[in-house]
Design a protein around this ligand. Structure first.
Ligand SMILES: Cc1cc2nc3c(=O)[nH]c(=O)nc-3n(C[C@H](O)[C@H](O)[C@H](O)COP(=O)(O)OP(=O)(O)OC[C@H]3O[C@@H](n4cnc5c(N)ncnc54)[C@H](O)[C@@H]3O)c2cc1C
Length: 474
């Protein structure tokens, strides 16, 4: 039974403490799980988290079974002023997550349906689905969707901030594939948002979606598989001393990167031999014979090891997820977007970063530049969605990975230095940040750009009491 606001208000006088089972239990279906922090089953109900840095704290967790359960939970929590966060895979990072305190964890794990309507080129996915849930289903149907690269990441969570990945050159951002969503808003209502229904909400959720409600289901446009679902991959490993040559290659793609090509160049540090290294990942959605010319540019530099193969996209996502999907370490990440590759600046920051890694034996971070073609995403008018940065060509992901919190300050100091050095030659003359990679100190303009004012007006309309979006407010 869907409760209304008046009924929920009664709870204010009945409950002075946050006892989740007592508060929500009578108003959710039997399939809904509820646990309070300290209960033996709390860990079963609360969502896991990828990063142990800037973690939210939860007093209780609830895993609704149905949309009506979720509506009731939002309504009651709103009326009792219980802070909450909807969580799917827990891969969101950033200082803002640490601002979620003593809250209710709303576990979206039961919204896990995946349906392909091949005749109409549509994917209908629950709000608790991750990329790994959709890859095999799409593959078996001979279809593809632009997604992120790691199986463990939430489809909707990535979508509503933008959604970048190897296929974006061909198909645009993930949010460009969105046709409609079913979303529970601050009033507890379940509404559809699409180009024709609640179009203002649909605009807002495509870029700042975590601020406007909880999406229970999302419908996406699909494409037939590129190259029959086969992809050419090259991974080349070089000593760190060659990093400048890799930035030179990246620089040659500043004006044009073929839409079916993606480059991921990443610095790492091997503490066993006390030496930095760089890997170049080349992803080409096409046959090996066509990819070879791109591979050859890296082979000519003399990699210390290399792997070249043509395989299915399914196998590719497995490979790309292998190391990225481990939960539990501190990931104190920094990012910014680029319009160009300034070889000298990249080389300078690589040196700064490698010196820091060498001096800190327990630091296991990576300095990664992801270059994706923005050709398809530029076909979408900039005002069609709230996502502001269609002009970003390369994304930095400075993934500072470590376990000891004592390293936080030193990591922050070096990362801020690296970010400001890179910002000066990014080609934008300002900090442009992909919100899903944010550190959290960049400010709203850096994350939402010229969409800020309209987003704030829509926030006042759809979520005037700021129930949603604590981690990345507009
Ligand atoms: C290992 C790793 C790999 C990544 N790879 C990519 C990539 O290739 N491309 C890319 O674009 N991004 C990538 N990201 C970033 C990713 O898009 C963000 O971390 C995103 O916020 C994760 O969403 P989630 O649902 O997995 O995480 P969560 O922490 O569960 O959610 C993140 C935010 O989204 C909100 N949210 C989640 N689901 C819903 C929903 N159904 N309705 C409303 N709000 C919701 C949550 O409330 C929270 O605010 C990666 C992150 C990690 C850690």
């Amino acid at each position: 039974m869907r409760i209304n606001t008046v009924m929920a208000h009664k709870f204010l006088t009945l409950f002075s403490t946050f006892n989740a089972t007592a508060i929500f239990g009578p108003y959710v279906s039997p399939g809904t799980e509820i646990a309070t922090y300290g209960d033996t089953d709390f860990e079963d109900v609360v969502t896991a988290r990828w990063s142990a840095w800037a973690e939210p704290t939860f007093q209780a967790a609830i895993k609704p079974a149905t949309e009506i359960d979720l509506q009731n939970i939002v309504t009651i929590a709103a009326n009792l002023s219980i802070p909450f966060l909807a969580v799917n895979t827990g891969h969101g990072t950033g200082l803002g997550y640490g601002n979620v305190a003593n809250a209710l964890n709303i576990n979206l794990g039961n919204f896990n349906s995946v349906t392909v309507d091949a005749d109409n080129n549509l994917l209908i996915a629950g709000g608790g689905v991750n990329f790994g849930d959709v890859f095999p289903v799409l593959y078996d149907a001979g279809k593809e969707l632009q997604t992120g690269n790691s199986e463990c990441v939430g489809l909707v969570g990535a979508t509503i901030g933008g959604g970048i990945g190897a296929l974006q050159g061909l198909h645009g951002l993930i949010l460009d594939a969105l046709v409609s969503v079913r979303i529970i808003t601050a009033s507890g209502s379940l509404v559809t948002a699409s180009a024709t229904e609640n179009p203002d909400l649909f605009w807002a959720i495509r870029g700042a979606g975590a601020n406007f409600g909880i999406i229970t289901e999302a419908t996406y446009t699909l494409h037939d598989q590129t190259n029959n679902g086969y992809v050419s991959l090259g991974e080349f490993v070089f000593p760190g001393s060659l990093n400048g040559s890799l930035w030179e290659i990246l620089h040659t793609f500043d004006d044009y990167l073929p839409p079916n090509l993606a480059l991921i160049i990443s610095g790492g540090f091997n503490h066993t031999i006390n030496s930095a290294y760089v890997t170049a990942g080349v992803i080409y959605f096409g046959p090996l014979a066509e990819a070879q010319a791109y591979f050859d540019q890296f082979i000519a530099l003399g990699p210390v090891s290399q792997v070249v193969l043509n395989t299915t996209t399914l196998a590719m996502y497995d490979l790309l997820s292998a190391t990225a999907c481990t939960d539990g370490e501190r990931h104190n990440d920094y990012t910014l977007g680029f319009n160009q590759t300034d070889v000298l600046t990249y080389t300078e920051v690589f040196g700064t970063w490698a010196d820091f890694a060498a001096a800190n034996p327990n630091y296991a971070g990576q300095l990664t530049f992801q270059r994706y073609s923005n050709e398809a995403m530029l076909q979408v008018p900039s005002n069609e969605t709230s996502y502001p940065w269609r002009d970003i060509k390369t994304y930095l992901l400075l993934d500072n990975t470590y376990t000891d919190a004592a390293l936080d300050t030193a990591v922050d100091d070096i990362s801020k230095k690296i970010r400001s050095t890179l910002e000066a030659t990014s080609g934008f003359g300002r900090l442009q940040v992909y919100v899903n990679y944010d550190h959290g100190d960049e400010g709203v303009k850096a994350k939402y750009g010229s969409s800020v004012e309209r987003l704030q007006a829509l926030k006042a309309k759809w979520d005037p009491h700021n129930l949603f979006g604590i981690p990345n407010p507009v």
